[in-house]
Design a protein around this ligand. Structure first.
Ligand code: SF4
Length: 205
């Protein structure tokens, strides 16, 4: 029997209310896939957190596209106004890790098993770094995309929270017009919006 779907936006609101009630400004390590997806998420979460954006995306092909997205991400952070500090860390562009993970799953269409493993690769790196650097929470921008499976993303996040002992911030950022707002902000800031998810397989598709 299928599990009932959880409303992860509501879960996030519950977590944010608690943070506000405690009068805290915790440190959040936010994995970001690209500047347009991060735009709304940073606008929303920087009210509550001191955020460090982690750009860890060894899935992106080709390298010129990867560089373009990194530059755009840094530019957006520099241009945006926020209540609390936003910092930036670039992860390793270790593409061999991505291809080792995708081995045997190359022909699977976007949205399938390869993508779930790709979410985990990037979230795991975020959780590991969050522990190493003493962050209070970790999460990812990925749930803002209508192409991404928010249930899977949050299941992986909750599992990694237990494994690493660092809080995972639930999300379904596309809700409450989050996706629409990211398009508006991309227009306002003149952000480059790519037309494929990132890997060579999604590019071909
Ligand atoms: S389509 Fe996107 S999420 Fe899926 S494996 Fe490729 S880069 Fe990762």
């Amino acid at each position: 029997m299928n599990q009932p779907k959880i409303n992860y936006q509501k879960e996030l609101e519950r977590q944010l209310e608690q943070i506000k009630a405690d009068g805290r400004v915790p440190k959040l390590l936010l994995h970001s896939c690209c500047a347009p997806c991060s735009s709304y998420v940073l606008e929303y979460l920087s009210e509550y957190f001191e955020i460090t954006v982690l750009y860890y995306n060894p899935n992106i092909y080709p390298e010129s596209e990867y560089r373009k997205r990194v530059i755009e991400q840094q530019k957006f952070i520099g241009d945006t106004d926020s209540r609390h500090l936003i910092s930036f860390i670039e992860g390793k562009y270790d593409t061999s890790r991505f291809y080792a993970m995708a081995k045997g799953l190359e022909e699977i269409r976007e949205g399938g098993e390869r993508c779930f493993k790709c979410y985990e690769l990037r979230l795991r790196e975020t959780a590991e770094l969050a522990v190493r650097k003493g962050f209070d929470y970790f999460t990812t921008t990925l749930s803002i995309s209508p192409m991404k499976n928010a249930q899977k993303l949050n299941e992986i996040g909750a599992r990694l929270e237990k494994e690493y002992g660092v809080h995972y911030l639930f999300s379904d950022f596309k809700k409450k017009n989050g996706y629409k707002r990211s398009i508006e902000l991309s227009g306002e800031y003149g952000l480059y919006r790519q037309d494929y998810c990132g890997c060579v397989f999604s590019m071909r598709e």
